[in-house]
Design a protein around this ligand. Structure first.
Ligand SMILES: *Cc1c(COP(=O)(O)O)cnc(C)c1O
Length: 400
């Protein structure tokens, strides 16, 4: 493997066969975006002007009214919750996460709850979950009925939360209709639902009021970026709670699309989102990466990924493992190679193999979501062909 900057500073490099995981660095930023960041580091621009420019691009590619950038999809979820709770109420913005006297509940199906709902709660929201886990347990056909969501919405409801996956139920459009019947917005966590590129528009089309995407996954922008795409009134509220504020009011002239001074009736102070900042470099890098992502030839990417894992499957042909190619149907994010490990054949469980690979230098990260079922997965998105060969070589060598 070639020397990296991490070797230079004495930190183990990772060979990433796990896909776009934040904990091992997300994805590799596009070189054009990294170049743009370096250029941005040479002069100044007003952050709100950069946000305004990013907003136009996000609106353009998602079909939403406006957009905003914060330090990750998770950060945009906190801003979305803060926007749903505080709206354009300066006093409420100032009090968050204290929500005394405010509608602060976010209704969501129980099966949509993830560790990321901490991001919603960070703004002061309380999550009210509905439905059951029947389908997963095999005790029923569905986990949640639309009426259960409708029934849970009341005067304390600030929003409905939704985690977008190919298989999440009920359909987003059904949930959006229910939310809108009750005059509350829907916040969608679609952090990792790209590609396909069409998904940039899909959830907005289905009625989502605020959609959160990672800038550091398939878009391959700076890892510390996330995109909020949504209705202008919520984006304005998010901006008012995120931008560095508390300026002298007579000298306060933020971009109109982003901050509506008349509706606010004053200058906000630093809000709940202030710790979720992005710099001029991240904003410029994200703009460039998003422009390139929408132009990318998706079919080409899929072909490249499939070819890479087919090659890896061949490399593993003599290893004591089974290999199966999964996904890659254009709907799931990327095809993967599932490698089956039988401890009777290899003397090692999938968990032990995963651990041993991670302890090497360079560290090798394979997908570990199914290790309990005896499978490790190889995701082609963040590998070169050379690295994929290296991963196959390390697996074979540890198992034989
Ligand atoms: C990755 C991910 C997030 C967080 O995204 P960041 O950009 O790392 O903040 C949130 N939700 C889901 C479902 C994700 O996959």
């Amino acid at each position: 493997m070639t020397e990296t900057i991490y070797d230079e500073i004495d930190v183990p490099t990772v060979v990433n066969a796990a896909g776009t995981k934040t904990r091992i660095g997300g994805s590799l930023i596009r070189s054009e975006a990294a170049d743009a960041m370096r250029s941005a580091a040479r002069s100044f621009a007003r952050i709100s002007d950069l946000q305004s420019r990013a907003s136009e691009l996000i609106a353009d590619v998602t079909g939403a009214e406006a957009g905003y950038v914060a330090s990750g999809a998770s950060a945009t979820m906190t801003l979305a919750a803060a926007a749903a709770i505080a709206g354009d109420d300066l006093g409420a913005m100032d009090r968050l996460p204290d929500t005394t006297g405010l509608a602060d509940e976010i209704v969501m199906a129980r099966t949509h709850r993830t560790s990321y709902d901490h991001a919603l709660r960070a703004a002061g929201a309380t999550i009210v979950d509905v439905g059951t886990n029947d389908h997963h347990l095999g005790t029923g056909a569905t986990n949640v009925e639309p009426w259960e969501i409708a029934d849970a919405i009341g005067e304390d409801t600030a929003a409905v939360g939704y985690v977008q996956k190919e298989y999440t139920e009920p359909p987003l459009s059904t949930v959006a209709d229910i939310a809108h019947d009750h005059d509350v917005p829907v916040i969608v966590d679609a952090a990792a639902e790209l590609p396909p590129v069409e998904n940039l528009e899909r959830f907005v089309d289905a009625g989502a009021d605020m959609v959160c995407f990672s800038g550091g996954k398939a878009i391959r922008g700076p890892q510390s970026t996330g995109i909020l795409a949504g209705r202008q009134k919520y984006v304005r509220s998010a901006a008012a709670q995120h931008l560095d504020m508390h300026a002298a009011s007579d000298a306060y002239h933020p971009p109109e699309g982003l901050v509506d001074i008349d509706a606010l009736g004053g200058v906000p102070r630093q809000g709940i989102g202030r710790g979720l900042k992005v710099g001029k470099e991240e904003l410029v890098g994200l703009v460039r990466a998003l422009e390139l992502f929408v132009e990318e030839d998706q079919a080409n990417k899929q072909t490249e990924w499939v070819a890479r894992i087919e090659r890896t499957a061949e490399q593993l042909a003599d290893a004591p493992v089974t290999t199966t190619i999964t996904g890659g149907d254009g709907v799931s994010v990327a095809p993967e190679l599932a490698v089956g490990i039988d401890p009777d054949e290899t003397g090692m469980t999938a968990t032990e193999l995963t651990g041993a690979l991670r302890r090497e230098d360079p560290r090798v990260f394979v997908g570990a979501d199914e290790i309990d079922a005896g499978l490790v997965t190889i995701n082609p998105m963040c590998l070169t062909d050379e690295e994929a060969d290296y991963v196959a070589e390390r697996i074979e060598s540890l198992l034989t």
